[in-house]
Structures are given as structure tokens and as C-alpha cells.
Ligand binder design. Structure first.
Ligand code: OAD
Length: 253
């Protein structure tokens, strides 16, 4: 493992911060075996790009195909466990007075790890909703039909996730804007910083005086703007960050 270098100024900022906002992307789940969004899709799904399946048009054209893609993605996560990156953020939440975790991921691994204040700005694929009324239904895996029909109105159920071209859940968006505007330190972890409005959140925090630290295995569009850029896997960098800042040894957790 390459030596992880964490600037002492970042440690000081994290140790003294009252309010920390974190934005995670698919990169934090990579070490749990969940392919990132822009990883090549595998097997049966290799012929499709997510942009072709995660859209209202695709669902209208072929609801069964889209439902089965999410079944495949849920099955990928069924065996996935939160990794040290997810678990380090659980510790961080206990150490920082005001901590907000904003995630673009729909895999539910942050909640599985024990994070409490999680804002799911792209929804959660372990929930379904009526495609007409929006009524939420949990445990989609229990349904036989693909897709199931809403027991109330008969319309198709669909994954409770944000598709390309759809707007984000307003309350989640509002909450993430507010935490970005009011934090002292913003951490961007495992995201390509390409998709709006999530990609704007770190820049918004900077406009309000926050420092921005990015953790990624490679540079992104955000890197030139970040106060700190730490190269490395979230599952390796975050435990190191927690250990140096609060002397919490994640290997013992
Ligand atoms: P991407 O697949 O676009 O980017 C994953 C990022 O994680 C890349 O910058 C990788 O370099 C980085 N990465 C990979 N492995 C890592 C690791 N072990 N540790 C740290 N970083 C690692 O996924 P997202 O940025 O999450 O939106 O994509 C954002 C959104 O684009 C998704 O939520 C989805 C998609 O459109 C919707 O579905 C609405």
C-alpha cells in the first residue's frame, strides 16, 4: 500500500471543525465489491450503459428490463458489506458536533454501516415507489412480478431512485444545500464530481468559507479547487484520517 500522506493542516481543521459535511460517491463502495457508476457493466448488462437504463424513457419503453437491471444491482449489493471507509465515517459522525453525510449512492451501505444522519440525494434502490402516485414500498425483492403493480392503483412500481433527467427529492436537496452552506469543512469522497447538483456542493461550501478536502484514487474536476487532495482508496485513507485525528484504531472497531 502506498504511503498515505494526510496534511497536518487538514487534521487540525477536522479536529477543530464544528460542522462537517461529507459527499460520497460510488468510489466509497468500490472496496465493498460494488462497481462504480462509470465502471464497465458486467455480464448480461455489459451491452447497456447506465445512461440508457436509468431514465424514465427506458422504464416507459421496457419496464421489465429496467426493473431486472435494478434486481441485478440489488443482488450485487446483497453480499456487499460496508468497508472501512463507510465505518470510518460512522466514527467521524460520533466525533464531530454537527455531521452530515450526503450520498449519491443508492446501495444503502452507509446506513448498514451505522451512519445516522444520511441524506440520500439520489434515492435508495432497496425502496420502490408507485410510478404514478409515488407511494413508497419497501423490500422490492419480495415481489414476483417484474415490475410489480401498485396494490393501490395498479400502475407499475419503480425503484425509488433519481434517474437521469429527473429532479432530486426536494427535501434531500434542500438539506444538502444547507449543510454545504453552513459547514466548516467539506469532504468529497469517491465521486467523479461530474453530476449536478451534487458536484456543486463542495464549491458552494467554499463560497461560505469552508475548506474542501477530496479523497479519490485519481484527480477529478474538483481537484484543482480543493484545499486538500488525498490520493488513495477511501477504505485506506479514511481509517488513517480517523486514527490520526481522534486516535481511533479502525482495525480494532
Ligand atoms: P463514478 O463512477 O462517476 O465515479 C466514481 C469515483 O470514485 C471516480 O472518481 C473514481 O476515481 C473514484 N474511486 C473509485 N474507486 C475508489 C476508491 N476505492 N476510493 C476512492 N475513490 C474511488 O460515480 P459517482 O461519482 O458516484 O447518478 O457518480 C455520480 C452519479 O453519476 C451517480 O450517483 C449516478 C451517476 O449518474 C444517478 O444515478 C442520478
Amino acid at each position: 500500500m502506498d504511503e498515505i500522506v494526510i496534511p497536518s493542516a487538514l487534521i487540525q481543521s477536522l479536529r477543530t471543525a464544528s460542522r462537517v459535511a461529507v459527499l460520497t460517491g460510488a468510489g466509497i463502495s468500490a472496496e465493498s465489491g460494488v462497481p462504480t457508476f462509470r465502471d464497465a457493466q458486467s455480464g448480461l448488462w455489459a451491452r447497456y450503459r447506465p445512461e440508457e437504463l436509468a431514465t424514465p424513457g427506458a422504464f416507459k419503453r421496457d419496464p421489465r428490463l429496467v426493473w431486472e437491471w435494478y434486481e441485478w444491482r440489488r443482488n450485487l449489493v446483497t453480499d456487499a458489506k460496508p468497508n472501512l471507509g463507510h465505518r470510518s465515517l460512522v466514527i467521524m459522525e460520533t466525533q464531530v458536533p454537527d455531521f452530515t453525510l450526503i450520498t449519491q449512492n443508492v446501495d444503502g451501505l452507509h446506513q448498514m454501516a451505522g451512519s445516522k444522519n444520511v441524506i440520500e440525494i439520489h434515492g435508495n434502490m432497496h425502496r420502490s415507489k408507485c410510478s404514478t402516485e409515488g407511494t413508497i414500498f419497501d423490500q422490492p425483492e419480495l415481489y414476483e412480478d417484474k415490475p410489480p403493480l401498485c396494490p393501490d392503483c395498479g400502475a407499475y412500481l419503480r425503484p425509488d431512485v433519481v434517474w437521469f433527467g429527473e429532479s432530486l427529492p426536494p427535501e434531500a436537496l434542500q438539506a444538502s444545500w444547507e449543510s454545504a452552506q453552513n459547514c466548516d469543512l467539506f469532504l468529497s469522497i469517491g465521486t467523479s464530481a461530474l453530476v449536478e447538483p451534487a458536484a456543486t456542493l463542495p464549491l458552494l461550501s467554499q463560497e461560505n468559507g469552508a475548506e474542501v478536502a477530496e479523497i479519490n484514487i485519481q484527480e477529478t474536476r474538483l481537484t484543482p479547487h480543493a484545499s486538500y487532495f488525498i490520493v488513495g482508496s477511501a477504505a485506506q485513507v479514511l481509517p488513517e484520517l480517523v486514527k490520526i485525528t481522534w486516535q481511533v484504531d479502525m482495525s480494532a472497531e
